[in-house]
Ligand binder design. Structure first.
Ligand SMILES: [Zn+2]
Length: 414
């Protein structure tokens, strides 16, 4: 149970730097999936894994697996993604993989584990080149529909299926990767937080409760465009009035529910300084971990919009752009993660994840899933300014190691 068995968190930090030197430049990390640098990063991983008694393979969706056989076929999965966004940070995704490697080493050093332990590097988590995130994990979970991505192309016009083929992947067979989950009994993922919550609380580590649900809508307000000089204030039907009032209303709705609501875009017509706005379209994004609360935030926003439409004598229409349900992580694993963090750093905190992660896909496939977050400095990610204190990275490796040990024990008892 101690460092004596060989867990070396400092080695993870050194390997992160090694990977950065190998696959980054002055702009940041350049491990965009299905590029030469990404292939190089995976070779780097395979070289490290070659020193361990593991079997390394790639599945039909291009996910890379390292399997340490245990006495039972039942398996615990530790996951991450070695791909990055262009000019990305040095931690997003690859911390998960390299911390998992260190944990795998530690477990292997203790002899044959009671259950099988597998490290997975998911293919194209970021979707940076083709715009579809979570490619490998959603193929594996079964939620990816190949027809939805068949026509995706990168900025140079290369089609996704052609690029996949260059990497030995047949788009029509990617869902066969689902069989990798056959014996999976638990899935663990460590990730940088990519937000400011843990840093603001002065905590190195937190337990992720799940990924939030998202409601994304377009709201179109219609009034009457009219001359800015000749139309008295009392006689205007100003479509922008709807936007302004609803924007302020959704901020209060978010606060009441402890969620987030964002108006990220407003387009007005005719959009000139001398005319009252006749038509205004706004985009609203609402997120919350609880499905009921999210539905409530949506219905409150709709009610507010109808009241505002009456007040302003304008019309309002809603259309849904996208939605995803909240994906809660496993209650027993939440407890184990909490204990692991307290063992390592004394104090834990539970928080939802705003971004989606591969872990959410695994959870959707019905595998008990949990994530740990480690503090991100200034809350920055997807930029080469992304950073985490080295002592916190080391704590994160220790917490993941403890969580793996506790999870194995939990599975043995269960
Ligand atoms: Zn990531």
């Amino acid at each position: 149970m101690s460092q004596a068995n060989g867990l070396q968190p400092k080695r993870t930090v050194a390997e992160l730097k090694e990977l950065r030197a190998l696959t980054g430049n002055e702009g940041g990390s350049q491990r965009v999936a299905f590029t030469d640098t990404w292939v190089k990063a995976r070779e780097f991983m395979r070289l490290k894994l070659a020193e361990l008694p593991v079997h390394v393979s790639a599945d039909e969706a291009g996910n890379q697996w390292a399997t340490l056989r245990g006495r039972s076929e039942r398996s615990i999965l530790i996951g991450g993604h070695i791909d990055s966004v262009p000019n990305g940070g040095w931690l997003d995704g690859c911390l998960n993989v390299l911390a998992g490697l260190e944990v795998l080493r530690h477990i292997a050093s203790q002899g044959t584990p009671p259950i099988t332990v597998r490290l997975v590097d998911w293919a194209d988590e970021e979707g940076a080149r083709f715009g579809r995130s979570l490619f490998g994990s959603s193929a594996c979970s079964g939620t990816l529909n190949p027809d939805d991505v068949r026509n995706l192309a990168d900025q140079q016009g290369n089609k996704l299926p052609d690029v996949l083929r260059q990497h030995g992947i047949d788009l029509d067979r990617v869902k066969a990767s689902h069989k990798q989950l056959e014996n999976a009994a638990a899935y663990l993922e460590l990730h940088i937080e990519q937000g400011p919550v843990l840093e603001n609380m002065g905590l190195p580590l937190g337990v992720v409760l799940g990924t939030v649900g998202v409601e994304r809508h377009q709201i179109r307000w219609t009034g009457q465009s009219a001359h800015a000089g000749s139309t008295p204030m009392s006689q205007r039907r100003d479509a922008l009035g709807g936007v302004s009032k609803l924007h302020l209303a959704v901020r209060e709705i978010a606060k009441r529910h402890n969620g987030v609501c964002t108006v990220g875009s407003v387009v007005t017509k005719p959009g000139i300084v001398t005319a009252v706005v006749g038509e205004a379209t706004m985009l609203l994004d609402q997120r919350l971990l609880e499905a009921q609360g999210l539905a409530q935030m949506l219905s409150e926003a709709k009610q507010a919009s109808e009241r505002i439409a009456r007040e302003e004598n304008i019309g309002v229409e809603w259309s849904r752009i996208w939605q995803i349900e909240p994906i809660p992580f496993h209650p027993a694993l939440i407890e184990l993660a909490d204990e692991s963090i307290r063992d390592v750093s004394g104090k834990s905190h539970r928080l939802p994840s705003g971004p989606l992660h591969d872990a959410a896909e695994v959870a959707r496939a019905g595998i008990p899933t949990i994530m740990l977050f480690v503090q991100s400095l200034r809350g920055l990610s997807h930029t080469n300014l992304e950073d985490t204190k080295e002592e916190h990275l080391e704590m994160a490796v220790r917490a993941l190691d403890r969580l793996a040990a506790k999870t194995i024990q939990w599975l043995m008892n269960g």
